[in-house]
Design a protein around this ligand. Structure first.
Ligand code: IMP
Length: 177
C-alpha cells in the first residue's frame, strides 16, 4: 500500500538551514589548520552535503560513495552494496562522512569498516538525522543535525521508493493502517 505524506513538516526548512550553520561552525573549529576529504553518501545525503560544504571554510575535496538503499521497504535488510566507489585513495587523509540518517546503524557500520580499511588519518561522521531508539550497531556519530523518533521520514534528500527527495523540509509518512 502507498503511504501518504503528512501535511505538517516534521522539521521545517528554516530549522534545517539554521542547524547547518551551527554544524558548519563546529566543523570549521574542529578542522582548523587541516584539510579534509568530504564523502557524500548517495543518494540520500546529496542535498545536506551540498548545503553544508558551502559553509565549510577549510580546504576540502569531494568524494561520493554510492550505496544501495532499501528499495520500497521502510526497514533495513542489513545488506549494503557499493554502487559507486571513491575516485581517490584516502590513506593518511582526514575523512568526514556525510550521511542523511542513521537508523539501525548497519549502513554506517559498513561504511566505517570499508573506509577504515583504507587507513585514513582520521574518520568522522556527520549525519543530518539520528534515530537513537533504533540503533543496532556500535557506531559513533560525531556531528548530529537532529535526533528524531522511530518514524519514517522523507524529504531534503531522503526518499520513500525514490519519491519526495526534492522536498525542502523533512516530512513524515502517515502510518499504515
Ligand atoms: P540504517 O542502515 O538502518 O542505519 O539505515 C540507513 C539508511 O537507510 C539511510 O542512509 C537511508 O538511506 C535509509 N533510511 C533509514 N531510515 C530512513 C527514513 O526514515 N527515511 C528514509 N530513509 C531512511
Amino acid at each position: 500500500m502507498e503511504r501518504a505524506l503528512d501535511s505538517k513538516p516534521l522539521i521545517p526548512e528554516s530549522r534545517i538551514q539554521t542547524r547547518i550553520l551551527e554544524i558548519a561552525a563546529q566543523i570549521n573549529q574542529d578542522y582548523r589548520g587541516q584539510d579534509m576529504v568530504a564523502v557524500c553518501i548517495l543518494k540520500g545525503s546529496f542535498i545536506f552535503f551540498c548545503d553544508l560544504i558551502r559553509h565549510i571554510e577549510v580546504p576540502l575535496t569531494c568524494e561520493f560513495l554510492g550505496l544501495s538503499s532499501y528499495g520500497k521497504q521502510t526497514v533495513t535488510s542489513g545488506e549494503v552494496k557499493v554502487t559507486l566507489d571513491l575516485t581517490e585513495p584516502i590513506e593518511g587523509k582526514n575523512v568526514l562522512v556525510f550521511e542523511d540518517i542513521v537508523d539501525s546503524g548497519l549502513t554506517l557500520d559498513f561504511i566505517l569498516k570499508t573506509l577504515r580499511a583504507r587507513r585514513p588519518a582520521s574518520l568522522r561522521v556527520c549525519s543530518l538525522l539520528f534515530k537513537p531508539g533504533r540503533l543496532r550497531a556500535p557506531v559513533d556519530v560525531d556531528y548530529i543535525g537532529f535526533r528524531i523518533g522511530d518514524e519514517f521520514v522523507v524529504g531534503y534528500g531522503l526518499d520513500y521508493a525514490e519519491k519526495y527527495r526534492g522536498l525542502p523540509y523533512i516530512g513524515q509518512l502517515q502510518s499504515e493502517h
